[in-house]
Design a protein around this ligand. Structure first.
Ligand SMILES: Cc1cc2nc3c(=O)[nH]c(=O)nc-3n(C[C@H](O)[C@H](O)[C@H](O)COP(=O)(O)O)c2cc1C
Length: 196
């Protein structure tokens, strides 16, 4: 550890942090029937809430969905898909969603102030990243979903949220990854501007 690291009181090296961040992937397929321990998820939420948030609004809430709530979301989604895309698509999604092991909904407090709304959403996104990284370090994968169902008032109510006061930032599935997905990014030079 360098002197500067010691002074910053950072317990981990920058290389370890980068390795953790770069190793996290959106996981599409989880080991069926294996739900990670509740205390690990609570610890991840504890880490999540240390995300930066302007004016300390702490606009997030985390809803842990149990089996009954999960089934209600699956049924709601199946109904929506039957109407919009037909029975076959709806049935395929019903089957897939029924196998998702862990379910968490992150909501954000609504506000009429435009700037605050943007900043609160940003804070919730940071919190979800914290949560995902914590779980990744614990060997647990996550998938952040923001499909049409998350904008349904009924979805929020299943998650114990008040649609008049909150909106969903994401439905987060979590579990043990079945396989390690790939992802990519454009070359670093293409996203950096050096302004003299
Ligand atoms: C705000 C937000 C919403 C997302 N919504 C979805 C979604 O609805 N469905 C999905 O498959 N992935 C969703 N993702 C995950 C992205 O597709 C994923 O992060 C991207 O493919 C890059 O993969 P990686 O996370 O493994 O790097 C979402 C990610 C973010 C940040």
């Amino acid at each position: 550890m360098t002197d500067r690291q010691a002074m910053s009181e950072s317990p981990v090296s920058p290389v370890d942090v980068a390795t953790l961040i770069k190793g996290r992937r959106t996981v599409d397929h989880f080991v069926a029937g294996e739900v990670p321990p509740r205390e690990t998820i609570i610890a991840a939420i504890d880490a999540a809430r240390w995300a930066p948030n302007h004016h300390l609004t702490q606009p997030w809430r985390f809803s842990l969905l149990g089996p009954k709530a999960q089934q209600a979301v699956v049924a709601l989604n199946t109904g929506l898909l039957q109407a919009s895309r037909g029975a076959e698509v709806a049935e395929a999604k019903r089957e897939r969603w029924s196998q998702m092991p862990g379910w968490l909904v992150v909501t954000c407090e609504k506000t009429n102030e435009t700037q605050r709304a943007a900043e609160d959403y940003a804070a919730c996104a940071c919190a979800i990243q914290n949560l995902s990284l914590y779980l990744h370090a614990a060997g647990i994968g996550t998938k952040w979903a923001s499909g049409a169902i998350t904008r349904e008032p009924d979805f929020l109510e299943i998650a114990g949220a008040d649609p008049a006061r909150e909106y969903a930032v994401g439905l987060i599935w979590y579990g043990y990854p079945k396989r390690r997905p790939r992802s990519q990014r454009v070359a670093l030079e293409t996203i950096i501007r050096k302004c003299e």
